[in-house]
Design a protein around this ligand. Structure first.
Ligand SMILES: [Zn+2]
Length: 649
């Protein structure tokens, strides 16, 4: 946990232009900077950075936020990870909340293991490109298989000498500790000696999302070797096979841009696809996909395409795991390569264009693929066909989206020649079984502790009706909260009272006991109210730099230029005057509009209650509700008149 003062130092130091410029080429345009948006594909720049507001905003895709939001979004980091990134950039020492001795030790160990791994990666690449043995054995192997040096460098491919303790000895000489060499699995202790795990292998470092080397895969080159062809680092404090995908570091940008991820089996498949100009590719390294790996892909895209070579046994074994991917709500497609090719061999056999075209032309939806595959196998045997239907239904039942399920049921009904209702019945049965299992796995509602609902947010959801006017109130508070504002004193001709915009808005809204329905608006308003009641104005920067990323994002959005003119003023076409000159009208109008919207919601509630009361013949209640309805309508009419009938009932 990073402590609050450190977070503030980081936020103060982070200059938005500086932060963005590391990834996007920016040109100065007036007071702002302009560039091509990194979050969507565009040819004319609509990505704006405002140094004075300390925010970025893309007018193409709508992405908006402060420096931390940018780093989170661009580098796919969590909030604390983004803060750490910025701290490194601005040389701010991170003060974390007190850790226990055990936690400190664990963290130090993790860091030491990472240091040892990246040292090893450097040694291995040096061996491959600069030593005689590396060049004649390792580099020749890659050359013969048709790989370019630039690809090998991009993936930091290396070579581990054939001598059984060459690496371990060098590492100890260079001052690396024996226990860390053993814990990373790079070295193996045997009696009094330590040996290299990977001797005589070409080395594929496995990177984390942020590019740190966490582990290795090594391929043996001697044809007569009795050891396994591929060897991986053992599980360690930093390397967890099930949480990592080979190539994700080099692929993440392309995956986001193309909104799709190819999945292959081996390290060299990833390299080959990169050489064929397909960079959105990762490998599961032979193991079947785990939920953690699927979620890793899901951070970048919902679309995953799996490349299979034509071996039927291999396909059958691996499609079992795909239900897990469907369960995550992802779109799964399959490409079957012509026998006997694999991605590596096929991409080298045909031109890049042909290869890409093959992938696009032969992409089949997973459920369709599975149905056809199993149908061919069942070969009209009725019992096998019944099993097959059960198998397909199982895959359909895990898909979270109802519409997608319906589409599949329709299609499978046609292909399998089974009536739709039967398939629906089977899917429902499986889903009920699952929800029963889930209920028994987690505590039921009666076992959960009672948490009081937040004070400011009503439990009913009316977001669509009032969201615009809620945001408008927050925008005016953020933008003009500290400015002076004159209010006519009712009943005293010509007399005015001077107060701040936030005093006025907070006063108006709290005196009518009105609540915000949107959680983020409600939180911002609550903070404003707290400050106003203590006589201080919080300032917009506090919200743009807020520790809650949703609050900072909304504030940045509201303060960006697209919201410069409120809707009411746009309608009246008074573009010439700035909002600031019009505060006297804009502020009360926004408050009235907010109140009007809230009344409309109340009216709807009353209507529903009224219908119920009529149904149950509760005449007393009917009368009371009719009265309430009348009063609300009168209030709404008054508001409408004050707004010059601009809000229609
Ligand atoms: Zn954009």
């Amino acid at each position: 946990m990073i402590d609050r003062p450190t977070i503030e130092r980081i936020l103060d130091a982070a200059q938005i232009v500086d932060v963005v410029q590391e990834f996007v080429q920016l040109k100065k345009r007036g007071v702002n900077y302009l560039g091509l948006c990194p979050f969507h594909n565009e040819k004319t720049p609509s990505f704006t950075v405002s140094p004075s507001k300390e925010i970025f905003k893309c007018f193409g895709c709508g992405k908006v936020g402060n420096s931390v939001n940018f780093v989170m979004e661009h580098e796919h980091l969590t909030y604390p990870e983004a803060l750490k990134y910025l701290a490194r950039k601005y040389h701010i020492e991170i003060v974390e909340k007190e850790l226990t001795a055990e936690e400190v030790e664990k963290q130090n160990e993790r860091e030491s293991l990472i240091v040892v791994s990246s040292y090893a990666a450097r040694q291995f690449t040096e061996n491959l490109f600069q030593s005689d043995e590396g060049i004649t054995v390792g580099l020749t192997y890659f050359k013969e298989r048709g790989f370019q040096q630039s690809t090998l460098k991009k993936f930091e491919i290396g070579y581990s000498f054939d001598k059984r303790d060459a690496f371990s000895k060098k590492a100890l000489e260079d001052g690396y500790r024996k226990d860390f060499l053993i814990k990373t699995g790079l070295s193996i202790q045997h009696d009094d000696h330590i040996f290299d795990r990977f001797s005589g292998r070409v080395m594929f470092p496995i990177h984390s999302l942020s590019g740190q080397v966490l582990g290795f895969g090594g391929r043996v080159l001697k044809t007569d070797a009795k050891t396994a062809k591929y060897l991986n680092s053992p599980e360690s404090e930093i390397y967890h096979k099930s949480r990592i995908l080979y190539g994700i570091y080099q692929a993440r940008k392309a995956i986001t841009q193309l909104d799709k991820c190819y999945l292959v089996e081996g390290y060299t498949d990833v390299l080959s696809l990169h050489e064929a100009n397909i960079e959105n590719v990762v490998a599961s390294s032979g193991t079947s996909l785990t939920q953690e790996q699927i979620r890793l892909i899901k951070r970048f895209t919902q679309n995953i395409t799996i490349l299979y070579d034509g071996d039927p046994a291999g396909i059958k074994a691996s499609i079992r795991g795909i239900d897990l991917v469907l369960e995550e709500g992802m779109n799964v497609k399959i490409v079957l390569l012509p026998e006997p090719e694999d991605p590596d061999s096929y991409s080298k056999k045909v031109s890049n264009e042909e290869f890409t075209r093959y992938l696009t032309d032969n992409e089949t939806d997973f459920i369709r693929f599975k149905t056809q595959l199993l149908l061919k196998e069942a070969n009209n045997d009725p019992i096998r066909k019944a099993n097959l239907i059960r198998d397909i239904v199982k895959s359909i039942a895990v898909i979270p989206d109802m519409i997608t399920r319906t589409v599949y049921i329709k299609e499978c009904s046609l292909v399998l020649e089974v009536a739709e209702p039967i398939l629906y019945h089977e899917v429902n049965k499986l889903q009920q079984q699952k929800s029963f299992q889930d209920r028994n796995k987690y505590p039921g509602p009666e076992d959960l502790p009672v948490i009081p609902p937040p004070v400011l947010v009503k439990p009913v959801k009316q977001e669509i009706l009032t969201l615009y006017s809620e945001k408008e109130i927050i925008r005016l508070l953020l933008k003009f909260g500290s400015l002076e504002f004159q209010r006519k004193i009712t009943g005293e001709e010509g007399k005015v009272e001077v107060l701040t915009v936030s005093d006025y808005i907070v006063g108006e809204i709290t005196s009518d006991d009105l609540l915000f329905d949107d959680r983020i608006c409600a939180n911002i308003f609550a903070e404003f109210r707290f400050h106003v009641e203590h006589g201080i104005f919080p300032g917009d920067k506090q919200f743009v730099k807020h520790e809650d990323p949703e609050i900072s994002r909304l504030s940045a959005d509201l303060l960006s230029d697209s919201h410069e003119l409120s809707k009411i003023w746009k309608n009246k076409q008074t573009y010439v005057e700035t909002e600031e000159m019009k505060l006297k009208e804009i502020i009360p109008d926004a408050v009235l509009k907010f109140k009007g919207d809230k009344i409309k919601v109340l009216l709807k509630d009353v209507m529903t209650q009224l219908e119920e009361a009529v149904k149950t013949n509760d005449m007393e209640r009917v009368q009371a509700l009719q009265m309430k309805d009348q009063n609300l309508k009168v209030a709404l009419r008054m508001i409408s008149r004050k707004l010059g009938n601009r809000i229609l009932l």
